[in-house]
Design a protein around this ligand. Structure first.
Ligand SMILES: NC(=O)c1ccc[n+]([C@@H]2O[C@H](COP(=O)([O-])OP(=O)(O)OC[C@H]3O[C@@H](n4cnc5c(N)ncnc54)[C@H](O)[C@@H]3O)[C@@H](O)[C@H]2O)c1
Length: 462
């Protein structure tokens, strides 16, 4: 889209901000330097924009300014490039934030103990922007949240400060929602080549936000409002949660029936070239998104006396999986003639998914917690991406240090429990040396193994 089009679509002249973005003289401010914010900041800096990252963690800021990257998805050479060029720097305060032209909010959106949305981080970020709002600024909220957060929370906070300066939204300053789609560990789809959705509060807001996003993303899809963009993001996550729950339920049916592997069933169904998309069973949901985000919508729906049955049902089904896995481990141990309290159990993988170091809400947290409460006293784990791992139990937190994987470590375990199918694991060696494997990911499907040694979730024998 050209600048001229940008002007005419919104019908309001935003020459200064549009031309600053197009000429790459706009200054970018990214609030929250985690899995979402840091890759985005590095991408803007690589495209030639002066970019400042803001984070409340002084330790993170210190590390970044010392040239140390902590997010696996940011290639070391990219980080070095923007650190050395001076185009990227980090701050734990907002000094000089009045110079920022485009603010992105990439802060956490967790749930409370009662699974209600916790928007305190978004509010705090919006307040920081409000303190520096000036003519010509664009604010884009990226944190996943329920429909109406942009207009119902961020807008009033900034607008209160903007009005005092005589600034009108959609004319003097701009606000949009543009959800994040980053898939940690995915080497094929990154910030630059994953299409992004943008919805502004006014058409002019959408124009300016699209222009800003287009600087780092090749395909931008406009929608008519922030609410549509907010709902669209939740649909993506709920779609995954529901489909994973469906295969998890059918996997348990296969186990009960015996003689049918859900993995083979999915593989066969996936040969249909239309109308089917494969999802796989597993030990439970993990990560910062799928186990959390659907609750944002069910909470909102309750305000409208509306029950989101698919969300509730899929959450319930997926949340039962760790219990199902622990039951299988107890049976596996019993089959070895070992008491639970004496059993040596080696857990492979505690990250929430393959080839990442992120352990937030990983199924391993719940599974190790349940196993500890069930009386397992000899639990060890190995994960090439996670050096130490903390999980809660009823009596307090437990921290385990990961062990280096070797044939001796595998052979010493009464039962090996595979929770995360990292590609670095030596599957042939494990299959060879283990006495019994509880496989929740079909990780051993591709290596020769003794069928009797493996209890496969959804494999008809779990
Ligand atoms: N991680 C993902 O794969 C992913 C994918 C899509 C969407 N999201 C969404 O993006 C948002 C951010 O997720 P994330 O995974 O990057 O979180 P994260 O925890 O990795 O990073 C958030 C960062 O924000 C900082 N922070 C918190 N409050 C702040 C404040 N007031 N000001 C400045 N910094 C602050 C934290 O210190 C942290 O460094 C969430 O809403 C999440 O649901 C995440």
């Amino acid at each position: 889209m050209s600048t001229a089009e940008t002007m005419s679509r919104g019908g309001i002249p935003q020459k200064s901000i549009a031309s600053r973005i197009e000429s790459k003289t706009a200054k970018i401010g990214i609030i929250g330097l985690g899995y979402v914010g840091l890759p985005l900041a590095v991408e803007y800096a690589r495209q030639g924009f002066q970019t400042v990252g803001y984070d409340v963690s002084a330790e993170r800021v210190l590390r970044l300014n010392a040239g140390k990257n902590y997010i696996d998805d940011v290639p070391e050479e990219h980080f070095k490039e923007v650190h050395q060029s001076g185009l990227f720097s980090a701050q734990d305060d907002y000094e000089g934030a009045g110079d920022i032209d485009v603010f992105y909010i990439c802060v956490p959106t967790p749930v409370t103990e009662h699974k209600d949305p916790d928007t305190t981080y978004i509010r705090s970020a919006a307040e920081s922007i409000a303190a520096h709002i000036r003519e010509g600024q664009l604010v884009i909220l990226k944190s996943t949240t329920y429909p109406d957060t942009t207009e119902g929370i961020v807008q009033p906070i900034i607008e209160a400060a903007a009005r005092k300066k005589g600034l009108v939204l959609g004319k003097d300053w701009f606000l949009a929602f543009s959800p994040e789609r980053i898939d940690p560990g995915n080497k094929q789809f990154t910030t630059a080549n994953t299409p992004v959705v943008v919805g502004g509060v006014t058409p002019a807001c959408t124009d300016v936000a699209c222009l800003a996003v287009e600087q780092v993303v090749s395909i931008v899809h406009r929608v008519s409002s922030p609410k549509v963009a907010e709902m669209e993001k939740l649909l993506e996550n709920i779609f995954r949660s529901v489909n994973i729950a469906l295969v998890n339920e059918l996997a348990r049916l296969c186990d009960r029936m015996g003689g049918i592997s859900m993995w083979e069933v999915v593989e066969a169904a996936a040969t249909k070239p239309f109308g089917f998309m494969p999802f796989y069973p597993g030990p439970g949901l993990g990560g910062h998104c799928i186990p959390i985000d659907p609750y944002y919508l069910s909470w909102l729906a309750r305000r409208y006396d509306f029950e989101t049955s698919f969300i509730t049902l899929s959450a319930r089904t997926n949340e039962e999986m760790p219990f199902y896995v622990v039951d299988a481990v107890v049976r596996a141990v019993a089959s070895q003639g070992v008491k639970v309290s004496n059993a040596k159990v080696l857990v492979l993988g505690v990250a929430f998914k393959r080839d990442v170091d992120d352990t937030r809400h990983s199924p391993a947290e719940k599974i190790l917690s349940l196993m500890t409460e069930a009386g397992f006293e000899n639990l060890t784990y190995s994960d090439p991406h996670v050096a130490s791992f903390t999980f809660g139990t009823r009596t307090g937190e437990v921290t385990l240090e990961g062990v280096e994987l070797s044939s001796a470590v595998v052979a010493a375990a009464d039962v090996v429990v595979l929770l995360t199918d990292h590609s670095a694991f030596p599957y042939s060696m494990i299959a060879d040396k283990a006495r019994l494997i509880v496989d929740t990911r079909n990780a051993f499907g591709g290596v020769p193994h003794d069928r009797e040694k493996i209890m496969l979730l959804g494999g008809g024998d779990f």
